[in-house]
Design a protein around this ligand. Structure first.
Ligand code: BV8
Length: 247
C-alpha cells in the first residue's frame, strides 16, 4: 500500500485547528519561476551571491549595482504568477478561524494570490524608500540610477530588510505573538538559515504547537519537526487541502 503523502494524524489536527500560522520562504515562489534566494543567480547576476548584494555596505559601495539588481528582480516577479502553493494558502486562510501568514519573501506574490493577513518580515520589492529618512516614496522624477528622493535628494532604495538591518519591530512582534498562540505552525519553502525568522518554528515547538515543514530538501530544523513533508509546496499543499477539506 502506498504511504500516504500526508499523515492521517496531521489531517485530523488541521481539520480541528483554530489558530494556524504559516512561515513562508523563497521556496514557495520557486514554482512561479522566481529563483530562490540561495539558488545560483542567473545571467548577469551569476557572479554575485545575494548575501553580498542585500546589505547596506553593498549599497554604500555601489548603489547603482544594488538598485539594478532589485530592478531586475522586480521585472522577474512582475512576469511571474502566484502558483498552486500560494493559492492553497489563500484557501486555507478561508477555512481556518484564525490564520496568520508570515513571509520572508519580498516578491508580493502572496498578496497577488489573494492572502489577506500577511506579515512581510523582510519588506517588499515594490516599495521604495528614502535611504536618509526611511520614508516610503511613491513617485519621483529623478532619472538618476538609483533615483534621488524628491524631498532631500538622498538616494532611494528598495524598502526591504538587508542583512545586518533590524526587521520592522511591529511586524516581528505580531509574528512572534501569532507563533506563540498557534495550534499548528507550517514552515514552508525556507532553508531556516536566516534569523530572526528561523527562530519562529522553534518558538512554535516550544509553545506546544504541531510544527510541519514542507520542503523538498532537509533543513537544520527538519529533525525537530512534528511532521516533515518532503516535497514541493505547489504539489503538497493542494493535496493537503483536498485531504483535509475535500475539494
Ligand atoms: C538582524 C530581503 C539584528 C532582502 C532578506 C552577523 C552580523 C549581522 C547579522 C547577523 C550576523 N550573523 C547572523 C546574523 C543575522 C542575519 C542572518 O540570519 N544571517 C544568516 C545568513 C546567517 N540576519 C540579519 O541580518 C537580519 N537582521 O538580525 O538584525 C542585527 C542587526 C545588526 C547586527 C546583528 C543583528 C536580517 C535578515 C533579513 C535579510 N533579508 N531578504 C532581499 O530579499 O533582497 S533574507 C533572504 O533570505 C530572503 O528574504 C529569503 O526569503 C530569506 C531566507 O531564505 P529562504 O526564504 O529560506 O530562501 P532560500 O533560498 O535560503 O531557501 C529556499 C528553500 O526553499 C530551500 O530550503 C529549498 O529547498 C526550498 N524549496 C525550493 N523549491 C521549493 C522549496 N520548498 C517548497 N517548495 C518548492 N517548490
Amino acid at each position: 500500500m502506498k504511504t500516504p503523502l500526508i499523515p492521517a494524524r496531521l489531517i485530523e489536527r488541521l481539520r480541528t485547528a483554530r489558530r494556524v500560522v504559516v512561515l513562508s520562504g523563497a521556496g514557495i515562489s520557486a514554482e512561479s519561476g522566481v529563483p530562490t534566494f540561495r539558488e545560483a543567480q542567473t545571467g548577469l547576476w551569476e557572479q554575485y551571491s545575494p548575501e553580498d548584494l542585500a546589505t547596506p555596505e553593498a549599497f554604500a559601495r555601489d548603489p547603482k549595482l544594488v538598485w539594478e539588481w532589485y530592478a531586475w528582480r522586480r521585472n522577474l516577479v512582475r512576469q511571474a504568477e502566484p502558483n498552486a502553493g500560494h493559492l492553497s494558502l489563500v484557501e486555507m486562510e478561508r477555512k481556518i478561524p484564525e490564520f496568520t501568514l508570515i513571509t520572508q519573501n519580498v516578491d508580493g506574490l502572496h498578496r497577488r494570490a489573494g492572502s489577506q493577513t500577511i506579515l512581510e518580515l523582510h519588506g517588499n520589492l515594490f516599495r521604495t524608500k528614502c535611504s536618509n529618512k526611511n520614508t516610503v516614496v511613491k513617485t519621483w522624477d529623478s532619472t538618476e540610477v538609483p533615483p534621488r528622493c524628491p524631498c532631500c535628494a538622498g538616494l532611494l532604495r528598495p524598502d526591504v530588510v538587508w542583512f545586518g538591518e533590524m526587521l520592522p519591530h511591529e511586524t516581528l512582534q505580531a509574528a512572534q505573538q501569532a507563533t506563540e498562540q498557534a495550534d499548528i505552525f507550517f514552515s514552508i519553502g525556507t532553508s531556516a538559515l536566516v534569523y530572526p525568522a528561523a527562530n519562529l518554528p522553534i518558538f512554535a515547538l516550544q509553545a506546544g504547537a504541531t510544527v510541519i515543514e514542507i520542503n523538498p530538501q532537509p533543513t537544520p530544523i527538519s529533525a525537530q519537526m512534528t511532521f516533515s513533508l518532503n516535497g514541493a509546496a505547489g504539489t503538497l499543499l493542494p493535496v493537503l487541502l483536498t485531504e483535509t477539506w475535500g475539494h
